[in-house]
Design a protein around this ligand. Structure first.
Ligand code: HEM
Length: 411
């Protein structure tokens, strides 16, 4: 049982941090605190994803991320999550799961869509949509923040970025939920359904690609990718794979940060009050929110050669899981890390976006959307009260929420 282990089973090897119950039961802070103190590079031999290494200290994760030629992200070696991609039938080629030099070339195609000037271009429509959504929320009634705000605003943001057919935007949520569901992928009873849905997504993107191919260039990301020079080097599968990456990468992550915001309002109400009196704290508050939430609990690498990490020998082919959620609570870097402090001076050092060559390419967009949400809520004098405990996603990868019932008490 996850809870028992967190409470302190003496056999360290029996600790399996990828047991999703640590996340649904919220026992992971104690578990990772123990691992950081007693066994920071931990080998797990039991559980549905074993065997694998868990790296739990901030500095060790930075070390792994800084050596991408030793620690591979490639599907070829097992991919980017604790779930082994080698066992999965369907793998879209995408640059998050590629090593250099191919990674560099493909990342270069999408990076221009996330420059500060592009963010300025997107800020107008994102703000307008956010404002309209907030204005339509019921005051004094109970509703699900995940569905009405977090999912809706995130799918709208992605639809704006890609100029994705507006009426179909909720498909993005469905696809991204299934794509990120490592439990379903590891479960033979659900795997077939997951594969069917991911094929459906691939077919839809294929249709979109075909439709846009002959259209004149436009400023949206899809058009930018289609008309980029590098595309001539990318086959259709790779193109679709990278589209899937951008949509999945931006979806659960941003969405769960928005619900995390309501959790911070509930658990640390004084922090929202700080923002009311000092709006200049908003950019830092966004970083602190993303640190505290850590929407992706981990990313995984595979050792391409024998190497040493924190005094342990990692063998070629070993699976190495970097627990960002633990690094973000490492007391060597963050003082009183379980607390949310919107004025925390080093909030930006969080590892929620990763580090190094794979650091999140969409980070600025996520920060923009979250800043706009906070600004527009403050502009309306909105207070949001969580009226029930959240329903959490049962996953060791997506650290998020299925439901959070709330009531707006002012607005
Ligand atoms: C990569 C987190 C939002 C697109 C990543 C990585 C993490 C991450 C942990 C992998 C880093 C690594 O392997 O070292 C997040 C979080 C977000 C967020 C916490 C929101 C709070 C977005 C958005 C988009 C996006 C909005 C795009 C619309 C990507 C892409 C990559 C990536 C394309 C691959 C980068 C590469 O391999 O070079 N993200 N992400 N992400 N993210 Fe995000």
């Amino acid at each position: 049982m996850a809870t028992k282990v967190a409470a302190g089973i003496s056999d360290l090897a029996a600790i399996d941090p990828a047991d999703y119950r640590y996340f649904t039961e919220q026992t992971w802070p104690a578990l990772f605190a123990r691992l950081r103190a007693e066994d920071p590079v931990h080998y797990c031999t039991e559980g549905m994803f074993a065997p694998y290494w868990s790296v739990t200290r901030y500095k060790d994760i930075v070390h792994v991320e800084a050596l991408p030629d030793i620690y591979s992200s490639s599907w070829e070696y097992g991919g980017i999550t604790v779930l082994d991609a080698l066992d999965q039938e369907l793998k879209f080629p995408m640059f998050i799961a590629m090593d250099r030099p191919q990674h560099t070339a493909e990342r270069r195609v999408v990076a221009p869509a996330f420059t500060p000037s592009e963010m300025q271009r997107l800020a107008g429509p994102i703000r307008a949509r956010t404002a309209a959504l907030l204005d339509g929320l019921p005051v004094g009634e109970t509703f699900d923040w995940v569905d009405r705000v977090s999912i809706e605003l995130t799918t709208q943001m992605l639809a704006i970025l890609f100029d994705f057919p507006w009426e179909d935007r909720r498909l993005l949520t469905k696809w991204s939920d299934w794509a990120g569901d490592v439990q379903a992928a590891a479960d033979p009873a659900m795997r077939e359904e997951r594969t069917r849905i991911l094929y459906e997504m691939g077919a839809y993107f294929h249709g979109l690609w075909q439709a846009r191919l002959n259209a004149p260039p436009a400023p949206d990301l899809l058009s930018m990718m289609i008309h980029s020079e590098a595309l001539s080097k990318m086959d259709e599968q790779e193109f679709i794979g990278n589209l899937v990456l951008l949509i999945v990468g931006g979806n659960d992550t941003t969405r769960n940060s928005m619900t995390g915001l309501v959790r911070t309002m509930h658990e640390f109400p004084g922090e929202w009050e700080k923002l009311k009196v000092d709006r200049s704290l908003i950019p830092n508050a966004v970083s602190e929110l993303i640190r505290w939430q850590t929407p992706l609990a981990h990313m995984r690498r595979t050792a391409k050669e024998d190497t040493e990490l924190g005094g342990k020998i990692i063998r070629k082919g070993d699976k190495v899981v970097m627990w960002y959620i633990s690094a973000n609570r490492d007391t060597e870097v963050f003082e009183d890390p379980d607390r949310v402090d919107f004025a925390r001076e080093n909030a930006r050092r969080h590892l929620s976006f990763g580090y190094g060559i794979h650091r999140c390419v969409g980070a600025r967009l996520a920060e923009l959307q979250l800043s706009i949400l906070i600004e527009e809520m403050l502009a309306r004098g909105m207070d949001v009260e969580a009226v029930a405990p959240p329903v959490r996603v049962p996953s060791p990868f997506i650290n998020g929420y299925k439901e959070q019932m709330v009531r707006i008490t002012k607005g």
